[in-house]
Write a protein that binds this ligand. Structure first.
Ligand code: SAH
Length: 242
């Protein structure tokens, strides 16, 4: 039977994969992976002779389109081979896992999901910012900073996100637009944190406010992968001794 395992690699620190995920990496005949940042270490656990296929972004070179990745998955699924599709964080948090599953199902291939620790929650908490707190935040929202440009419905308005804590992934490029919209519904003093390369030795945290975020991000040269956290919980960082 043809089968593909969609495995979440966690946020960066290779220790943050699940037991099941690591076992699959060790047993896999084929691993199809994205750019995994620090989690690339995990690939060292692959058995000798395993085929490792990189389908992530390559600066200055051809970048795989989602359809090409789907085709590779379908092509590489062979009877009785252990095929692992390894994705950063959790496979279904903005990882286009859904498109891959649809292609897998359409082609009559079996699949299993192995969830991962998503960066959306773990990166803030490892930086000392819990995304909920009994006193300050009883709800959170996770949004993407980059919507599908081909999408027809109304675009996301960041000013209308109304949870206590807002977490934005892939938002660095659009930071001015995101912040501009949020300033229409929140005061400029609202705490905001930018966390770059969370859970790794290169982690960098910039704590600022909604009003000053754009200038600070530029001054500090914040680069992806980074997460934006907005809300009172950002203040807890100092209470948490970070
Ligand atoms: N499926 C992934 C997210 C994919 S989108 C997950 O569940 O974590 C990629 C975005 O995730 C990046 O642009 C960045 O916003 C965020 N991200 C992933 N790893 C990160 C890390 N170690 N530090 C900061 N942000 C990270």
């Amino acid at each position: 039977m043809k089968k593909i395992y969609l495995v979440g690699a966690g946020p960066g620190d290779p220790g943050l994969i699940t037991v099941k995920g690591l076992e699959l990496i060790k047993k896999a005949d084929i691993i199809i992976h994205d750019r995994l940042g620090a989690s690339k270490e995990l690939l060292k656990n692959a058995k000798e002779g395993a085929e490792l296929i990189y389908v992530g972004k390559r600066p200055g070179a051809h970048t795989f389109k989602q359809e090409e990745i789907n085709n590779i998955l379908v092509e590489k699924a062979v009877d009785d081979k252990i095929v692992v599709r390894l994705k950063g964080g959790d496979p279904f948090v903005f990882g286009r896992g859904g498109e891959e599953v649809r292609a897998i199902v359409r082609n009559g291939i079996d699949y299993e999901i192995v969830p991962g620790v998503t960066s959306a929650i773990s990166v803030p908490e490892l930086a000392g910012i819990p995304i909920t707190d009994r006193r300050y935040a009883s709800s959170f929202t996770v949004a993407t900073g980059q919507e599908d440009p081909t999408k027809e419905e109304e675009r996301l308005d960041y000013g209308k996100l109304n949870a206590d804590t807002i977490v934005i992934l892939m938002g660095i490029k659009n930071l001015p637009k995101i912040v501009g919209q949020m300033l229409k519904s929140r005061p400029p003093e609202t705490p905001l944190a930018l966390i770059e390369n969370g859970s790794t030795k290169d982690e960098r945290v910039v704590v600022t406010t909604l009003g000053e975020a754009v200038v600070r991000a530029e001054e500090e040269g914040v680069r992806p992968p980074a997460i934006i956290v907005i809300g009172e919980v950002v203040r807890l960082r100092s209470e948490f001794g970070r």
